[in-house]
Design a protein around this ligand. Sequence first.
Ligand SMILES: [Zn+2]
Length: 186
Amino acid sequence: MQGEFATPEGCPALVLNADFRPLSYYPLSLWSWQDAIKAVFLDRVNIVSNYDVAVHSPSFEMQLPSVVSLKTYLKPAQYPAFTRFNLFLRDSFLCQYCGDEHELTFDHVIPRRLGGQTTWENVITACAPCNLRKGGKLPKEAGMIPRQKPFRPTVNELHKNGRRFPPNYLHESWRDYLYWDSELEA
Ligand SMILES: [Zn+2]
C-alpha cells in the first residue's frame, strides 16, 4: 500500500472511547493507521473523521481515519502511566527545588544509593544545576526541600496541567475531543 499525498506513517488515529472522550490522555491514545483500519474491518470502531490521505491496493481504496470511536465502552484507567512526560507534567515542567524551567532532569528525593525507589512518590523534576548540587544527599542534608511532596497523580489531576502543555503534534481533527471537557471537570 502506498499513501497518495503523504506517508501513512504520519497518520495515526486518535482513539476515543464510546463516550467520545479519548480512551487515554497520558499517553494520548493513538493507533497506527494499520491498527485503525484493522479495527474498522473487525467492526470494533466507528470512523469519526478522516485524513486527506488514502491507501489503496489493487482491490480497494480507503481514506485513513484520523479519529475513531470504540463501539463498546471501556472503563478508563484512573491512574496515568509512570513516564518521563507524565512526571514532568505533574510538576508543570518546573524544577521542584528552584522553579527553573530549563535543563530539566529527574531527581530521586531519597537517593538510590540509600534505597530510594524510582516511583511517583520519590522522583521529581529538577534542573541540572539543582540535581548536581543535591547529589546523593537527602533533602535535609542538602538543605533542598521539594516545593511539593511527590505523589502519584490521578488522570484528572494530570489533566489540569495537560491543557497548558499539549503534546507537540495535534491533528486539527483531534482538537474537539481533547480539551472540551476540562472546564466542566475543573
Ligand atoms: Zn533547580
